[in-house]
Design a protein around this ligand. Sequence first.
Ligand code: MG
Length: 248
Amino acid sequence: MISRKSERELRYMRKAGRIVALTLRELEKAIKPGVTTGELSALAEDFIRRQKARPAFKGLYGFPASICTSVNEQVVHGIPGSRRLKAGDIISIDVGAEVHGYYGDAAATFPVGEIHSEAARLLRVTEEALYEGIKKAVAGNRLTDISHAIQVHVEKHGFSVVRDFVGHGIGSRMHEDPQVPNFGPPGRGPRLEEGMTLAIEPMVNAGTYEVAVLEDNWTVVTKDGKLSAHFEHTVVVRNGAAEILTRL
Ligand code: MG
């Protein structure tokens, strides 16, 4: 069952989305060689709480921190801690916030200092793929029109799309129906309708799309140890272009 949100619900989701976007902007300013992922998480938690919101990942399915920090070959769900960032790293940060019972969710991958040109290309293509997907999040299209557009863009540039983790509906819960895969044929799945709210989130690997989970039971890594990037926005399906809730 895919819910369509009322304007009242969307007002809260806009609030949550804006806080997520502001948090990512604060984090981007703080990312530099020498900072630890734990320091970034503390900064995010403090910032979100000062906006009178709640860091939505904390405790979600038992996740132990306020944000996910995934460095280099880590794909998603990395746990912040004592790891110190180095120049040349890339770091994917996933932020969720809850306001008045409604959720926003977004992610971005950032360079740490100067990065290799191939890493920069991975970041660029992944963000472009997100926007290719968002372009298809229009009332009247089918769900997998989004999936297909993302996969085509990623593979055209020689990268691969993670299969084991996907985007999702979002609203009064962080994860609602439907699942939003980043791959597959177009023209399948439910027809998109005005007011549906989706978190679209391509996870893109430089090498194989295969992933593994580390012994902490959270951190997802690429099987071949190559880099991975992750960009995500929460959007509202409209009759025209989708409304992006997690962009400033
Ligand atoms: Mg998400």
